[in-house]
Write a protein that binds this ligand. Structure first.
Ligand code: ARG
Ligand code: ZN
Length: 459
């Protein structure tokens, strides 16, 4: 990914002196090592570039037959490497077309090619079975989740390994193609653009292409008897962005909500810069998981969508999806920003201002759950989606805004989104960008808000 990032940034860097100052940081590859929270997942010895995912799914039996090909690059010679996969029965693994040896070990599929790989290589895994629903440490369900008339695959933080053998860590983004074959009359939705729909008698194959880099946790397919809505949204610059929205028949998306989507998109564009992807939309399905998810380009909602949640998931397209954490312990870079965007939206609608939101949270007792553990200091993945990450994360941004002033703060939001567009970033990267934009030393402010156990004093 680093070379791609550099390639995309080059023209931009040449014209933006402020961003030019950040070049040394960008030259360094994203942190490649075991994830703090999921050290057993991911393999830093190669860089995933493209997943070609072929699925054949039968909603009546919940059985999947699949073949995923991954194109990747190994900077050094590898005699074996690892993919992450739980459940399913693997029937064959090929590397560069030749049969490879493989073994399963916990969540790992360890592949030993006949000859070592180096540079570009491809690995194809054939597998089948009833995919698993995965139970998170916080008790919620992800992975392959069955619905009344099909299934939806959700992947935050780790569930994608129930249906795609993958380098399942947010630091390794790749593009995706999906070819999903389902009974004719059933719809298969995924991330990106609908490229083709071909019916051969009783079966229909839906082809979706997601060309922009995507973290595994944002991969999604939804299969069911959906109502579909296709339209276009206009960006603030006049770009026409295709909208594909699908809703379970019992969870229809009211027109008012569908009309809010382009507004939320433009609201975010004015704050953060151009929408980073080639299409948008939503999926409303009856998977009762208790959360919405910012699945790339096309967020999932488990219930009638409310506009604030829509805005939250839209904000994630910039923060989380385009600018992605390198390590799960930095998740406030996604959730703090998405929560802060809700505050900005509510203020625009005449509700409370971010300063008021900040004050009422700050008034919470020192024993409130929000104050501990600090947003970047948790070590238990149960705390990933806790109040410190969301609310104290958003408060961090308000504290920054009050310190550096509105002009620099709103410039910072755009520069942050542009500098790490389609890449990975860390909290340290963010501190550096905020310091560059404002010319102020901010390490103490960020340490207070992100690292200190308990309520920061003096704000
Ligand atoms: N990222 C989602 C959101 O902010 C929440 C995902 C919650 N997932 C979980 N396993 N608890 O809307
Ligand atoms: Zn979120």
């Amino acid at each position: 990914m680093p070379s791609l990032l550099r390639g995309r940034l080059a023209p931009l860097l040449a014209v933006v002196p402020l961003v030019l100052a950040l070049v040394p940081a960008l030259g360094a590859p994203a942190a490649a090592g075991p994830d703090t929270l999921f050290p057993r997942l991911g393999d830093a010895s190669y860089d995933a570039r493209h997943y070609d995912v072929r699925l054949r799914y039968d909603p009546s039996t919940n059985r999947l037959r699949a073949r995923t090909s991954l194109r990747a690059v190994a900077p050094t010679r590898l005699t074996s490497f690892q993919l992450d996969l739980v459940g399913m029965r693997v029937t064959s693994v090929r590397v560069g077309g030749a049969k490879a040896r493989w073994r399963r070990s916990g969540q790992q599929l360890v592949v030993t090619p006949r000859r070592p790989v180096e540079g570009r290589f491809s690995v194809t895994v054939a597998y089948r079975g009833v995919p698993r629903t995965y139970r998170d440490p916080d008790g919620s369900r992800e992975g392959w989740v069955r619905t009344g008339d099909g299934a939806i695959a959700l992947g935050e933080p780790v569930g994608t390994m129930t249906w795609i053998p993958s380098d399942n860590t947010p630091g390794d983004k790749a593009s995706y193609t999906y070819r999903i074959t389902v009974p004719t009359g059933t719809t298969a939705v995924a991330n990106g653009d609908l490229a083709r729909r071909a019916t051969h008698g009783r079966r229909t194959t839906w082809t979706w292409r997601a060309r922009d880099p995507m973290a595994t946790y944002l991969a999604m397919v939804a299969i069911g008897r959906f109502r579909g809505y296709h339209s276009t949204a206009r960006s603030v610059t006049g770009r026409r962005i295709p909208v594909w929205t699908f809703a379970d028949r019992d969870h229809d998306v009211p027109r008012s909500v569908r009309r809010t989507l382009p507004r939320a998109l433009r609201f975010a564009e004015r704050l953060f810069g151009p929408y980073p992807f080639t299409s948008t939309g939503m999926v409303v399905d009856d998977a009762d998981v208790g959360y919405a998810l910012e699945t790339q380009t096309r967020p999932f909602y488990p219930f009638a969508v409310d506009t604030v949640t829509l805005v939250h998931e839209m904000a994630h397209q910039w923060f989380g999806n385009s600018v992605t954490v390198s390590d799960w312990h930095d998740l406030w870079l996604a959730e703090g920003f998405a929560t802060y965007t809700e505050w900005l939206w509510e203020a625009r609608r005449g509700g409370r201002t971010p300063a008021q939101q900040f004050d009422s949270l700050y008034a919470q007792p020192a024993s409130a759950r929000m104050w501990s553990p600090a947003p970047t200091e948790f070590t238990d993945s149960r705390d990933l989606f806790g109040a410190p990450v969301y609310q104290r994360g958003a408060m961090t941004l308000q504290a920054l805004r009050e310190r550096i002033g509105d002009a620099d703060f709103f410039a910072f939001l755009k520069i942050w989104a542009r500098t790490y567009r389609h890449g990975n970033a860390t909290t340290a990267d963010l501190v550096r960008v905020a310091e560059q934009v404002s010319g102020q030393q901010l390490d103490q402010l960020f340490a207070d808000w992100l690292e200190l156990d308990g309520r920061p004093a003096g704000y």
